[in-house]
Design a protein around this ligand. Structure first.
Ligand SMILES: CSC[C@H]1O[C@H](OP(=O)(O)O)[C@H](O)[C@@H]1O
Length: 351
């Protein structure tokens, strides 16, 4: 059981459940502007996921769960079952890689199938979405405990992280960033090096924002500087999140994660993946089976409408890559850690 309870006061949050709507902090505008969007139906939630108003594997799953609850709440008196199933299908189309989305939808579908009336479905689906949200926060706190057991830090150390895996990407506290928060709380953190994480800049716009708000020492670095930082011996661990972990321990995560894993192995820096069990997909044998989302080339060619490249230049913009299990020192979940992950270790925890 986590040393810390899930009731601890949380600072930053990505989403607020209002019972008849879901409010989402528009992460496309951070850090310049804190603007909340009210999604009043499943379609609105699905669009916010696709547009990355809300992003981060666990936060996507939690938002989708609330989207299903909204579908029941706003269903008409006609074929309400068909309406909710249509909403589930629409939410399933929002983004392809984070398995948390499909895990949450399957869990909500299971609750829905057991409901005998619309009124019961409205109550039960809202309650289940809240449970999914609260469980994710509790999982993040537990993962921080397990991660520190793996790291066994004897004194303060520095780490490097990629993308955003904090409260903005989860139900609160964070996965990899939750480990970083715990290291800081235990006075075992010297500094966090945060990759800017092109092209969407989750690191510079979101991680640096979360950490500076929490007064956690952070140095923002260009993605290309990660190698030099590891070569300098400054960091002991690279700590990242995940969007999907397959049965053999391969990990899909933000583009650029695979680069870091190769560099970490070369420089004898630890490489840790931190993710709740809702990110584990034991139905997929290996990372080559994971659908990798490719997004519009405009995300690379421009920033906020300002051209960074010739208008018509061809762009390759996969937003995830796959790190083979062989380059990962530990996968940490709320159920425990899989060291030097392989199918045997994964099955021991997730059979
Ligand atoms: C704990 S968030 C997991 C994962 O999700 C992020 O992707 P995106 O910002 O595109 O939703 C990133 O890969 C994080 O590591």
């Amino acid at each position: 059981m986590a040393k810390h309870t899930a009731n601890r006061s949380m600072g930053t949050v990505a989403l607020r459940w209002q019972g008849d709507s879901l409010e989402l902090l528009d992460q496309r505008l951070l850090p310049a502007e804190e603007h909340w969007i009210k999604a009043e139906g499943a379609s609105g939630v699905a669009q916010c996921i696709t547009d990355m108003v809300v992003r981060g594997a666990p936060a996507i799953g939690i938002s989708a769960a609330y989207g299903v609850a909204l579908a029941a709440r706003h269903a008409g008196a006609g074929d309400w079952r068909a309406e909710v199933h249509k909403a589930i299908d629409e939410l399933a189309q929002s983004r392809p890689t984070a398995v948390n989305l499909f895990w949450a939808l399957e869990r909500m579908k299971g609750v829905f199938e057991r409901c005998e009336s619309l009124a019961e479905a409205t109550r039960q689906l809202a309650a289940e979405a809240v449970h999914i949200h609260e469980e994710d926060l509790a999982a993040n706190l537990a993962m921080a405990d397990h991660a520190l057991e793996v790291m066994a830090p004897e004194k303060a150390m520095s780490v490097l992280t990629h993308c955003n895996t904090g409260a903005l990407a989860t139900g609160g506290y964070g996965t990899a960033l939750g480990v970083i928060r715990r290291l800081h709380e235990e006075k075992l953190l010297s500094r966090v090096y945060a990759d800017e994480t092109r092209p969407w800049l989750q690191g510079s716009r979101l991680t640096a924002w979360e950490l500076t708000r929490d007064n956690i020492p952070v140095t923002l670095n260009a993605d290309g500087a990660a190698a030099a930082i590891m070569a300098s011996g400054k960091v002991k661990w690279v700590v990242v999140g995940a969007d999907r972990i397959t049965a053999n321990g391969d990990v899909a995560n933000k583009i650029g994660t695979y680069n870091l894993a190769v560099l970490a192995r070369h420089h004898k820096v630890g490489f840790m993946v931190v993710a709740p069990s809702s990110t584990v997909d034991m139905a997929l044998a290996s990372g080559q089976d994971i659908p990798i989302e490719e997004r519009d080339g405009t995300e690379v060619r421009e920033i906020r409408g300002i051209p960074l490249a010739p208008a018509g230049v061809e762009v390759f913009n996969p937003v995830f890559d796959v790190t083979p299990a062989s380059l990962i020192d530990a996968i940490v979940t709320e159920k425990g850690a899989v060291r030097n992950p392989n199918i045997t270790g994964m099955r021991a925890l997730f059979a």
